[in-house]
Design a binder for this molecule. Structure first.
Ligand SMILES: Cc1cc2nc3c(=O)[nH]c(=O)nc-3n(C[C@H](O)[C@H](O)[C@H](O)COP(=O)(O)OP(=O)(O)OC[C@H]3O[C@@H](n4cnc5c(N)ncnc54)[C@H](O)[C@@H]3O)c2cc1C
Length: 316
């Protein structure tokens, strides 16, 4: 079987998510042959143009259809299967973002193949490392070489491929009967000008210690001051301080910022699973025994309600 790779573009509101370039970086370790990107959108030419700039990409194909205006796994998956079969790809990859986690298992199921989840290192076209036990151990898995390999890529493990390329962009028609049992109704999301949590270079997170939704304003304001994305522990999410898509950790988002600052977070193992690839970890907690201090590069024992205003004054 050839080693041609199809990558499913992750995009929202007409912009390509950086997770696509991170997935390309992984794909480039799998093969030096063709890497194509598939954009499913209602009008995907602009997004395809962005994807064409990613180094290592040969061709970007965009399948435009009104049903693709909003990403739903049920509608996207059969089209991806058709594209994979049409192009005889050996690998179909997506990012391990919310988008990819929802989509890729459905693609694997429709193709009737197993799936490799969360590739974090490549040993060969069909041999990869992936995390297990909430990231506390790494296992090497070998996938069958005689069938299409469907996988998600752990974006935190790959820097985005650079963007000096000018790949070909082609529209593609996919003859697929789209399912009607699932349809898009609405998307509720917080409008935010802040960087995307999963690709931000700086993240400021708050935990149960922040105390309330109102108090979280402090975290947002400080994050805005230093140009950071905002995350949270599951306890903060469960208490209703912040929405679920801000959760960092085993059952939240896996992130890899250069700087991770966490306020009022104890450092439970499930939270740490989300920040294993973070660069410098700064922890602020009033309990000097908090486990977060065991992994923090810089720890500050104190009350976050006093320390945040001081930090704000310091950064000006
Ligand atoms: C299957 C499973 C999956 C999970 N997945 C996740 C996940 O994805 N992400 C996640 O985060 N958790 C996850 N959890 C939950 C996890 O076990 C912890 O319960 C959670 O991380 C605790 O959040 P916290 O640190 O905000 O709260 P706590 O553990 O209650 O810690 C609050 C901290 O705030 C400090 N504090 C209080 N007031 C102040 C103050 N004024 N100034 C400074 N510090 C203060 C306290 O000293 C304390 O250390 C999961 C649990 C399970 C069982």
């Amino acid at each position: 079987m050839s080693h041609r790779i199809l990558i499913i573009a992750d995009h929202l509101d007409g912009r390509l998510n950086e997770s696509t370039a991170r997935t390309v970086a992984c794909a480039r370790q799998i093969t030096d042959r063709e890497i194509d990107v598939l954009v499913l959108a209602d009008d995907g030419a602009g997004i395809a143009g962005e994807a064409a700039q990613i180094d290592g990409v040969s061709t970007v194909r965009h399948a435009d259809h009104p049903a693709n205006a909003h990403p739903t796994a049920a509608v996207f998956a059969p089209q991806i299967v058709a594209a994979a079969e049409q192009g005889q790809y050996s690998h179909v990859l997506g990012p391990n973002t919310t988008f990819g986690k929802d989509l890729m298992p459905r693609v694997a199921a429709l193709l009737g193949v197993p799936m490799v989840t969360d590739i974090m290192a490549v040993h060969g076209p069909h041999e990869f490392d992936r995390p297990i036990y909430a990231g506390n151990a790494v296992t090497t898995v070998a996938a069958p070489a005689d069938q299409v390999l469907v996988a998600s890529v752990r974006c935190a493990s790959y820097p985005a491929a650079s963007t000096d390329n000018q790949a070909a962009v082609e529209p593609i028609t996919l003859e697929v009967e789209l399912p009607g049992h699932t349809r898009f109704i609405s998307l509720e999301q917080q409008a935010s000008d802040r960087p995307d949590l999963q690709t931000a270079s700086k993240v400021v997170s708050g935990g149960r210690g922040v105390g309330s939704e109102d108090n979280f304003r402090l975290i947002y304001d400080f994050a805005d001051k230093i140009g950071a994305a905002v995350g949270a522990s599951r306890a903060a999410v469960d208490a209703g301080f912040v929405p679920n898509d801000m959760q960092v950790g085993q059952t939240g988002k896996i992130i890899s910022p250069d700087l991770y600052m966490c306020f009022g977070i104890s450092g439970a193992i499930q939270h740490l699973a989300g920040i294993k690839d973070a660069g410098t970890i700064v922890a602020i907690n009033k309990d000097e025994e908090a486990p977060i201090f065991e992994i923090a590069d810089i720890g500050l024992v104190g009350d976050l309600f006093e320390i945040i205003p001081e930090l704000e004054r310091a950064v000006g």
